[in-house]
Design a binder for this molecule. Sequence first.
Ligand code: CA
Ligand code: CA
Length: 480
Amino acid sequence: MKKISLFLLLTLIVSNHLCAKTYYVATNGSDSNTGTISAPFATLKTAQDIVSAGDTVYFRGGTYHITEDQIMGYEANSLYACVFDLKKSGTVDNPICYFGYPGERPVFDLSNVKPADKRISVFYLYGSYLHFKNFDVIGTQVTITTHTQSECFSGRNGSNNIIEDIAIHDGMAIGVYIVKGGNNLVLNCDAYNNYDSVSEGGKGGNVDGFGCHVASQYTGNVFRGCRSWCNSDDGFDLINNYASVTFDHCWAFYNGYKDFSTSTPGDGNGFKAGGYGLKVQSEAVDAPRNTIENCIAYHNKANGFYANHHLGGDNWYNNSAYLNKYNYQMVNQQSWDVAKDVGGYDHVLKNNLSFTSVKGDTLYINQDKCTLTNNSFQLSSYTVSSTDFESTDYSQLTAARQEDGSLPEVTFLKLKSTSELYTAKMGYQFTTETTGIECTQAQKSVRASVYDNKYYNLNGIEVQNPGKGIYIYNGNLLLL
Ligand code: CA
Ligand code: CA
């Protein structure tokens, strides 16, 4: 009996593995093909029709000029045109993967998709356990001239999705916009040069690089290793969000600017970490505590790190800010029923570094009601200067990513080992959780790759019964 059970189990495992199929899509493909590498499909729609959990779809290199007849669906209330309407789900062990073919970099060009009076969502994620990797999305349009927005990746119901090494640029849409779903990981993505020049007379007031705006049950959304620049509104935005979000090792620069020069009428904050608009709320809000760690905010039109009238505190660990309007602007709303700005309360600011700003290192911090530890702006007898840093050349920030998609190695705002601030372990190059243990690039990559609720050592080996020490748990460093 035991033998039979084992045999059945093995059969199931083997057959399950054999069931996982690989399909190919190519710019010279045809939807009447079978989807093999030598007879690829032409469209994502045909591939999605045929896939099931565990399957992989590879897009070969080249530019896919998407046309309006490829729009897969429309939202029930008809507001959104869902270009790639992704309703199928994978499972925890068998995600559905939509990958650019290794060694090639496909580009989805949406500039010809202009459905009248519709908001456009390019990748409409209704399904869960989907994994996207290694391609560009360009030219997404806005057609509505009143208040509106379009989105490249819309989290509209899906949880446990991974959006990895995707570049979203030179369009009019928000890069990644999550409004429903938890435990999504946005990893090593770029959003840049996105400006809605069509709606509301070209205000560009909604085009953030990345945003999460979910209800309280959708916890665990993480943005890691992402860059956001030259978007007409904010770099990263958590307004109207009710579940804690983590921004980890993300860079925001020149948001609220076009082409690194002209300012846009949009907001232009680097990291807008909360808030519900300064107004009396209909009921008490259980504001989430967001974590912003190891991030860089440089030369955003408005604030670098911004609490945006939040109704609670955030965790701000080991960030570096330079040349924003205010580098750390911690304004809170007094309470849910009093719409008044007050000095920020309940924020934990630890090991943050502030270099030159336009108007000030900080604004609106109530020191009695926040926990402030080892931040450069607390030093009364030390002036941070360019001599503290290996480089202040911001052109490094747009350098090509590493082969695995992780952030480029830069020396921008990296402290010289001779700097007192280096000794104090401030800024993005140190991690707070380990009280000052610096992560190597290899360890950062391991962190980014092990994203589940198990313990790993810094080499990525799973540890069953962890004792005292440093571990990676769900992508975060943990000191036990
Ligand atoms: Ca705005
Ligand atoms: Ca915004």
